[in-house]
Design a protein around this ligand. Structure first.
Ligand code: ANZ
Ligand code: ZN
Length: 831
């Protein structure tokens, strides 16, 4: 389909027909390949720009087009500015959707996945994205996932990968466990089903061991990552300072530990509460109460963590028939199980202080338990008002601490507890360990073998990769078992240690494992001696600019930071943060809403490209607003971009034809000055990632040149040619096909992307006036704007007649006048 261009012109330009030609010539020229992947002798400056790699769910959609148009503009700018630029491409190609789609159509998920990758790759090319295709990787290739397994084993050796019983999020529809990050408002991120809790044995990465470093190292990211993302990570990690306190339990030798942020309220603890689903609840439960506990636990199993913690949820719980002893007052308080205490936070047990904690108060009032005020905060009686007094104040009814202020009392009480061996200051994090096992087929098999004699045995490195069985996809997950469990030929192996019959671990890894390190492998994706090439790391890493959606703030971005630190500690990486700068692109909306099949507001990218050409689609997206902002396709008119690009092309065409018609050698100085002003601004704007404003500058330059051609010096003027060449070179970051075409019209050989970013001639644009300072005896007495070329004598006269100078002299004689044109005149008085 052709797009009609500004009809005031007889020159037609169809941006859709030139695509193939330029793709071929870029391939031939190797235009976007880094000068040398492991380059010694490459330009000193290097830029590593990565957009989060796509999941091959089908063809590219509008959102992809936006993020890759943005990152491509950044990469092209870096490359044209002279930096050796690595801009890689790969696919995050393991994952549930492939498996589900394949089930539905009775296909091998491989076929579905690799077919979609091929489609997306072709679409990327046709969009003109300047990837270096030699970096291409797919996480579902055995050559890649082998290194997932290798990394897993290194983590396992360090105690950072472990298997444990856990109450996990279980999606009944997808039949798999989900990480907390994959549960959105209590529902499965993928299918929307209500997530349930289940007790299963699962694999974890001990990310909590890195909680503090994940917080501390944010200092390196401050100002370079969106502050919103840093805040989200900080909240997700959720550092909380407090104390742990051990309570003795009637009839039990070991005490039970609680975590509290308010040890100063300990004398107000009137009940001891454990998470109903923690093993501890069953342990503490008196035998005659166990039926109550089971009934209660089942009744709350469906609730999500967020619901459980919510303050407006009616509080419930059951008495466990036993008592805890307050380590300071000696008071015996009843032990309850309740769902508002979470098994996975702190110790899973709390001392409830109803007077000073709202949730404890709701609980006490709902169950008729005592409320005792121990801090005088000035608030009304919580038992009467139902509002907890959660402030600070002076302690009452608190033994020898009565009369102390709560802030001081916290330290004193913890010290006293520590002395008795009953407590200590401690820090707790909300962050949980990363649950990485999935009961699915299409993922990286966990390289562990279970032997009855030897227990867990690591698959020896030389046996990696543990390949997925070819036919395992025909097996469905069932009741918490991975489909791989039914692939008996595959699962039954000899124990690598004792040779006895043993079984492979049949879980696969969360795909967030795959994506937590892929950017390390891009510099040399065929490297066979390790997960990544140390020389490539030295040359390219860390990533200078990472571009992707902010939905990854607390998942992928945290995992990648964690893994980087682990690899740093293992001596494999010289840095501790993987992404120096981060840009979160906005979404492409339609009629104010995210595009989705169910809303029926999907805009088809290929249709748009057919209508307007890839360049106009790219320009429209970038011009619509700053990269971080959402844009609404309904509000945008790609025809505007088509028109602009046609004007750029026509200018180039006219100027190209007028070549050699001018007798001038430099051209109009007014045009040159305006052109270089635009170059200066555009350079600054690009460096600041203000892409939409850059395009506005280029549009302005187009107008300026058009005017100069039509009613100024004319198309043959060298200044106009200089301006058009600069325009085309800069435009190539956004509209590479049009720019290439225009560049050729101007008489140049491809590729425009090799032509460099235009350099500002500052001599042309520096202001022609400057500020001159007038002094009397070294003291500033006036400032005046003067022409830069002013001569000494004029300046001297100007100074001596300036009011500030005559006032300061107050009639005294002048013994000397020192003139430093055009910046300074110092008048020395004769005393
Ligand atoms: C007694 C107390 C008295 C508390 C008081 C607060 C106020 P953050 O700040 O979020 O870390 N808590 C501890 N573990 C819990 C769990 N597993 N599930 C639910 N709540 C839990 O919150 C720490 C506070 O939350 C702790 O301090 C504990 O209640 C509760 F006036 O202990 B506090
Ligand atoms: Zn064995």
């Amino acid at each position: 389909m052709t797009s009609s261009v500004d009809d005031s012109s007889d020159e037609t330009f169809d941006p859709t027909t030139t695509v193939d030609r330029w793709l071929r010539s870029w391939d031939l020229l190797g235009s976007f390949e880094v000068s040398r992947l492991l380059g010694d002798g490459a330009p000193a400056e290097r830029r590593y720009i990565v957009s989060m790699f796509p999941y091959p769910s089908g063809d590219l959609h509008m959102g992809h087009a936006e993020v890759y148009a943005i990152s491509d503009a950044m990469a092209r700018f870096a490359r044209m500015s002279g930096a050796d630029t690595l801009f890689p491409v790969g696919w995050d190609s393991f994952g549930l959707p492939a498996e589900n789609a394949a089930f539905k159509r009775e296909l091998d998920p491989r076929d579905w996945t690799y077919r979609n990758i091929a489609t997306q790759a072709e679409s990327f090319r046709r969009l003109g994205i300047s990837f270096d295709w030699r970096t291409r990787l797919h996480t579902s290739d055995p050559e890649y996932y082998r290194w997932n397994q290798w990394l897993f084993l290194r983590m396992y050796e360090r105690g950072l990968a472990y298997r444990a019983d856990a109450t996990v999020n279980w999606c009944p529809t997808d039949q798999t466990v989900l990480a907390n990050e994959q549960v959105i408002q209590g529902r499965c991120e993928r299918c929307g089903a209500q997530v349930r809790k289940r007790a299963l044995t699962q694999w974890f990465f001990r990310i909590t061991e890195y909680a503090q470093r994940l917080l501390d190292d944010m200092a390196q990211l401050e100002g370079a990552w969106p502050s919103e993302v840093l805040t989200m990570q900080r909240n997700w990690i959720g550092r909380s300072e407090g104390a742990h306190i051990d309570f003795a339990i009637d009839g039990r030798s070991a005490p039970v530990r609680v975590f509290t942020t308010r040890p100063d309220t300990i004398y107000g603890a009137t009940v001891f509460v454990v998470a109903c689903d923690a093993p501890l609840a069953a342990e503490l439960c008196a035998p005659d109460r166990s039926t109550d506990l089971i009934i209660y636990r089942d009744s709350v199993a469906a609730a999500t963590e967020i619901e459980r913690l919510s303050t407006d949820r009616p509080k419930t719980g059951v008495f466990l028939g036993t008592y805890a002893v307050n380590p300071l007052s000696g008071e015996r308080i009843p032990v309850y199980a309740a769902d508002y205490v979470l098994a996975g936070y702190g110790t899973g047990a709390i001392m409830a202080v109803p007077a000073h904690d709202q949730r404890d108060l709701d609980f006490a009032l709902a169950l008729g338990l005592p409320v005792r005020t121990v801090i005088e905060t000035g608030a009304a009686d919580p038992a009467r008002t139902g509002v907890a007094a959660d402030g600070v104040g002076v302690l009452v009814d608190s033994g020898r601490f009565t009369g102390a202020h709560s802030v001081a009392a916290q330290a004193e009480i913890v010290a006293e507890l520590a002395e008795r061996g009953r407590g200590a200051p401690t820090v707790t994090y909300r962050l949980h360990d990363w649950l990485l096992s999935r009961q699915r087929y299409w993922g990286t098999p966990i390289p562990i073998i279970h032997c009855d004699t030897c227990g867990e045995v690591a698959v020896p490195d030389e046996q990696l990769p543990v390949r997925l069985p070819e036919t395992g996809y025909q097996l469905r997950p069932e009741g918490g078992r991975s489909p791989l469990a039914s692939a008996t030929d595959w699962a039954e192996v000899a124990c690598p240690r004792c040779g006895a019959p043993a079984r492979r671990d049949t879980d696969t890894m969360d795909t967030f494992v795959d994506s937590s390190w892929y950017f390390l492998r891009y510099p040399n994706p065929d490297y066979a001696d390790g997960p990544f090439d140390p020389a490539g790391i030295a040359r390219w890493l860390p990533v200078d600019e990472y571009i992707g959606g902010k939905e990854h703030a607390t998942g992928h971005l945290l995992y990648a930071r964690f893994l980087t630190k682990v690899l740093h500690d293992a001596g494999m990486l010289p840095f501790t943060e993987p992404f120096t700068r981060l840009t979160n692109q906005g979404q492409v909306l339609m009629d104010g809403k995210a595009m989705s099949k169910s809303l029926g507001n999907l805009v088809n990218l290929q249709e748009q490209i057919e209508l307007y050409g890839p360049d106009a689609v790219r320009v429209t997206m970038i011009f619509a607003g700053p990269p971080e902002d959402d844009i609404d396709w309904a509000d945008l008119a790609p025809q505007g971009a088509v028109k602009w690009l046609a004007r750029v092309y026509r200018l180039a065409d006219e100027i190209g034809r007028a070549a050699g018609t001018s007798v001038e050698t430099v051209g109009s100085s007014a045009v040159r000055r305006s052109v270089h002003e635009v170059i200066a601004k555009a350079t600054e704007l690009m460096a600041a990632k203000r892409l939409n404003v850059t395009i506005a500058q280029l549009m302005q330059l187009t107008n300026l040149l058009r005017k100069a051609v039509d009613s100024g010096p004319g198309a043959g003027d060298p200044a106009i040619r200089e301006g058009a060449e600069a325009l085309v070179r800069m435009t190539s970051c956004f509209a590479p096909f049009t720019a290439e075409e225009a560049w050729q019209r101007l008489g140049h050989r491809p590729s425009v992307s090799d032509s460099g970013w235009p350099v500002t001639d500052f001599a042309l644009i520096t202001a022609e006036t400057t500020v001159c300072v007038f002094q009397v005896d070294g003291k500033v007495r006036g400032r005046v704007e003067v022409p830069t070329g002013i001569d000494d004598e004029s300046l001297r006269r100007l100074a001596l007649s300036a009011p500030g100078v005559t006032n300061a002299l107050a009639g005294r004689a002048v013994s000397n006048v020192i003139v430093r044109a055009p910046k300074l005149v110092n008048v020395v008085s004769g005393r």
